[in-house]
Write a new protein. Sequence first.
Length: 458
Amino acid sequence: MRITNGMMIQNTVRNINDNLVKLAKLQAQASSQKKIEVPSDDPVAAVKSLKLTNYMTNIQQYQENAEAADSWLSYSDSALSQIGDILATIREETVEAANGTLADEDLKKIGTTIAELKDSIIEVANTSYAGRSIFAGYQTDEAPFAEVTTTIGDQVTYNRKYLSLGGVVAVSVSDSDLISFYQDNMDQISGQAELTSAAFEEFTPASPELEFSVTLDGVTQTISLADGTDYDIDTIVDTLQSQLDAAFPASSEQPDSLIKVSQDEGKIILTVQDGSSIAINSGTLDVSSLGFADGQNSSTEDTENIKYRVGSSSWVTVNAEGSDIVGEGEDGLFDTLAKLELALSGETQYKSVSYDASTGVTVETYDLDLSGLLDDLDESINRVLSVRADLGTRTEYVQKTQTRLEDNELTYNEILSQNDEVDLAEVSIDLSSAQASYQAALAAGAKVIQNSLLDYLT
């Protein structure tokens, strides 16, 4: 085979270029300290790098969420600690007042002190974190608790709803005013007072049509879906809502539907507007399969849990609802404090409203007993301690999660470093070798192609 001068030149240029490409790659690795400049350098390592980077991004987001959750829980615990201290002071004052050795003037002074401490509780309960009220449920943009002046005296509201509608009032308030206030504000409490129970009496899926009946306070309405008709889940929901609205129409006192129908992943959900209990009675539906016994009442209260995601499948509830801390109704903290203030002002009785489906709204009068109120205070203190214990459990979980996330971050960082980053010592040696090879190729090429046609024209 005849080797021409052109072939030698081509081979020389190709060898020089190959060495130059290798040298450029090693120089890029040395300067960036990364193994991969473009995915084509190592497709497998590039895909692995993308996955690891995504893992790291998620971990960092979970760490931010966990830190925010820990801060929220810390703020909540601090606020509850302050409320607990205030309640301890109130209890001490109540014990002193209940001894029976103080003059009326001294009792009134204690009553004034308790009123001021109540204001302090409201102030602490309105604590915010990063501009969000921590005990307000979903309504974090405004303070949840407020004491408002009404026709029956001062009342405490939570998210603009009365914690105890017509709860504890002075006997000087007329029955008519108390009843009117109760009736006028039914739609401002957590639900409507007219609805006391709903009973699902029948469910017969084997009949020619899908049929069941709902009884609200003695009024029964049968809901039917015709046989042979195809219903998608949204159509069924709309049909049920329409028939229930027709059976139990809205009114000025009850502007919204008594029962809201919705669906969640194919499950039809009936929600009673006021959160009152629903009695599920046995019929052709086997209620035991639902986890209920015949005639058992089940609460349908809504919760407003704010959850932070701290893992791929891990969530933590960071808030405590104010109503869970202070309680609602006559057993709630503010009704207990109202009784204390009345008793310390010299009152011996108080009024409260009750509702019954058969008798309607009625006013009841009860005796006041300072010693007996100590038990109510203890119940309120224990309620706060219970919420703090729950927060403590969640805080411990978050802190353990933070430790786990830190460990995961270190592990993935190490794996990512091994996958992406070069060994600088190794690259330096390879770079020196490539430089030597390149210089050698240049020198050899210069010797090979140094003669040209002009050298022979003499």
